[in-house]
Design a protein around this ligand. Structure first.
Ligand code: G3I
Length: 318
């Protein structure tokens, strides 16, 4: 049967995966599936600040370039991830004064976005990531503590200046359904756009867990953002479970995957869905949630799980 990307393309959507540089360099099965099944890729870590500017003014693009070159070879789009985040940003940034931090943001965004501005594969960026806490307040990160809310508009304007054609996104987790956090995001995006800040897109990460239930208003939530005039996308989908796997959990997981694809299918402004990896061999989940895992659509041996079939059929179905 045709790969996922063929069915997604027939709908005018992408189907994507986050890629890690080490297996991409070293494992044939990983490369083959990544190339064959997906039309869009995101660097799981390689474009983050600690990877691209570990020391002030010293830029390293080896990992980022490896992902972009792979995508170019395979006719895939790259979603740049991520410019401003409170994790995986070096200590030298975190300790800067306000004015020095503003300068560092400008320089970082100009260099990183600028490097790929003329590259047709790189079409979008997560400009700011995870600026809210789960109650919908501003996260008291070093960015916020040093600069207040202003870093968000500054970052979007810097990204627009560095690549006028890139689609610029704000991205977060636990915003898939309608809740205090997604409403805070909605209000911020609305306000920024009213001020002329170039926010083009909202990313819903989609780190779900079968034991917490499915956000059944995800389509309605995506639609309210779409009605603001932004593109929406699911950027980091994975659906974890308490280990060990069994067929009942696999079935629930498959249903959740299908529900997410169906929601994106139903919202015209939803550009596509990116899964946060594709094989359970490489996933952040077991490292972060003790006893949980099996969150992806292929198992550790690159065998398709029921979740793969669910994604496939939701993309292919009428
Ligand atoms: O590269 C080093 C390696 O040199 C070292 O030996 C090893 C020892 O811990 O660490 C390696 O770095 C790890 C890095 O991934 C690369 O593998 C870090 O420890 C580890 O913390 C880091 O985790 C990443 C995590 O972001 C960091 O917060 C995950 O791979 C990545 O999947 C995850 O992705 C985030 C998104 O960017 C934003 N949304 C949430 C999502 C899941 O947390």
């Amino acid at each position: 049967s045709a790969p996922l990307r063929t069915h997604a393309a027939a709908r005018g959507k992408f189907i994507g995966a986050a890629l890690a540089t080490s297996p991409l360099a070293n494992e044939t099965s990983y490369r083959t599936i990544a190339a064959t099944e997906f039309s869009q890729v995101t660097a799981e870590n390689a474009m983050k600040w600690e990877s691209t500017e570990p020391n002030q003014g010293q830029f390293t693009f080896s990992g980022a370039d490896a992902i972009v070159n792979f995508a170019t070879q395979n006719n895939q789009q790259v979603h740049g991830h991520t410019l401003i985040w409170h994790q995986q940003t070096p200590g030298w940034v975190q300790g800067l004064s306000a004015s020095a931090m503003r300068t560092a943001i400008q320089n970082h965004i100009s260099q990183v976005v600028g490097r790929y501005a003329d590259n047709p594969a790189v079409t979008s960026w997560d400009v700011v990531n995870e600026v809210f806490d789960d109650n919908g307040g501003w996260r008291t990160s070093f960015w916020y503590n040093t600069l207040g809310q202003s870093f968000v508009a500054d970052a979007f304007r810097a990204a627009r200046a560095a690549d006028p054609d890139a689609r610029l996104c704000i991205n977060d987790y636990n915003v898939e359904g309608i809740n205090a956090k997604s409403t805070a995001m909605y209000n911020l995006v609305s306000s920024l756009r009213q001020q002329g800040v170039p926010v083009d897109c909202v990313g819903f990460q989609g780190h779900l867990a079968i034991q917490y239930g499915f956000p059944s208003d995800i389509q309605q939530n995506m639609q309210r953002f779409a009605d603001l005039g932004v593109q929406v996308r699911v950027t980091e989908l994975d659906i974890r479970m308490q280990m060990p796997r069994d067929s009942s959990k696999d079935t629930t997981q498959a249903t959740y995957y299908r529900n997410v694809i169906n929601a994106c299918n139903a919202v015209t402004a939803c550009a596509g869905v990116t899964i946060w990896g594709f094989t359970d061999k490489y996933s952040w989940v077991p490292d972060t949630f003790s006893g949980q895992g099996a969150a992806l659509i292929y198992d550790e041996n690159y065998q398709q799980k029921p979740a793969y079939t669910a994604v496939h059929d939701a993309l292919a179905g009428g």
